[in-house]
Design a protein around this ligand. Structure first.
Ligand SMILES: Cc1ncc(COP(=O)(O)O)c(C=O)c1O
Length: 330
């Protein structure tokens, strides 16, 4: 897709990785969406959601977007709105990731903090706040990333065509992390529309309810869902992996220490899933994955020994030491 100044998401580089796995018979490619200006794949989603409102005339410069979010979508919406002269209000609760909130504020977003409700249901309290703000601000819109067709449309029209173009149309498998499932659904629609044989592998978190999963405690943001998103009912991946958080940590560290790519938890989950699947991937295959976001916001969790020890109950150093030993032996 052509870039128009800093407004639109750009065609992020797709790079060949030769050090991540010891499997020279399989070609591995990474699409670096962590380089998008707001730092994640959600730059595409947010751009598409906001553009759809602008195209339909529902949103104009001076208008307002209100969303319950403290994650990558909020950061991307804050950026997409500010460059279009649109106000952005992020409704967050007390659990919101502080660095995400600070970044949204840096982009000029107004952050509306919802205090803990008496019934303990934070999600319902945030939704009530969004409805209240919509009623108080006539003409304001909310984007509904969990159900809007403009979410997968972003990946149908940019993510997947960009990957296929970078790989000369030859791709056997694409690994995508899932949350709203907008990314994988857009890729699925493209694969079907173009009659491709590319298999789509969904990488979900242990404790996520997507694809029939069982609800459980999840600490790392980026992937997984606590309630079944409307879009996910259309998503039919060829395979689903459910990755425990400690394996996300190992996956992130493996990517950082072998390829020098510092990525977030969902990408670490993808690395873990690819590692599990590797023995059954036929020789000569070309596989690709998305680096969904950067590891910088995860320096105090995924990349912090103490956090890993206290929250996941394991020593993360083991992997790093093993890698150094491997390299010394070579
Ligand atoms: C960190 C991260 N992981 C995974 C995803 C995929 O999420 P979804 O299924 O909502 O498209 C995204 C999307 O931008 C993301 O930013």
């Amino acid at each position: 897709m052509d870039s128009v100044g800093t407004l639109e998401p750009f065609n992020s580089p797709t790079v060949r990785l030769e050090r991540l796995f010891d499997a020279p018979e399989i070609q591995v490619f990474a699409k670096l969406d962590s380089l998008q200006l707001s730092g994640s794949t959600k730059e595409r989603t947010a751009g598409s959601l906001v553009n759809a409102f602008i195209s339909s005339g529902q949103l104009k410069a001076g208008g307002m977007v209100i969303e319950s979010t403290s994650g990558n979508l909020g950061i991307a919406l804050a950026r997409q709105c500010v460059v279009r002269g649109i106000k952005f209000v992020a409704v967050v609760d007390e659990n919101a990731n502080k660095s995400a909130v600070d970044i949204m504020r840096a982009y000029g977003a107004h952050v509306e903090l919802v205090l803990d409700p008496a019934d303990g249901n934070k999600l319902a309290a945030r939704r009530r706040k969004v409805q209240q703000l919509l009623a108080e601000n006539p003409g304001a819109v909310t984007t509904n990333q969990y159900g809007s067709p403009h979410n997968p449309a972003a990946h149908f029209s940019s993510t997947m065509p960009e990957i296929m173009e970078a790989l000369d149309g030859r791709l056997d498998m694409l690994f995508v992390a899932t949350s709203t499932t907008g990314t994988i659904l857009g890729c699925q629609n493209y694969v079907r529309d173009h009659g491709l044989a590319t298999k789509l592998i969904a990488v979900d978190a242990m404790g996520s309810v997507l694809f029939g999963g069982e609800s459980g405690n999840r600490r790392l943001p980026g992937l997984g869902a606590g309630i079944v998103p409307e879009l996910s009912l259309q998503a039919e991946p060829d395979r689903v992996f459910r990755i425990p958080e400690i394996d996300m940590v190992h996956g992130c560290r493996k990517l950082a220490r072998s390829e020098g790519i510092l990525a977030g938890a969902s990408t670490g989950a993808i690395v873990a899933a690819m590692g599990q699947m590797l023995p059954e991937i036929p020789s000569g295959s070309r596989i690709a994955f998305l680096v969904h976001d950067s590891g910088v916001p995860y320096l105090h969790s995924v990349y912090n020994e103490e956090w890993v020890r206290e929250n996941l109950g394991e020593e993360p150093e083991a992997f790093g030491d093993a890698l150094l030993e491997d390299q010394a032996a070579q």
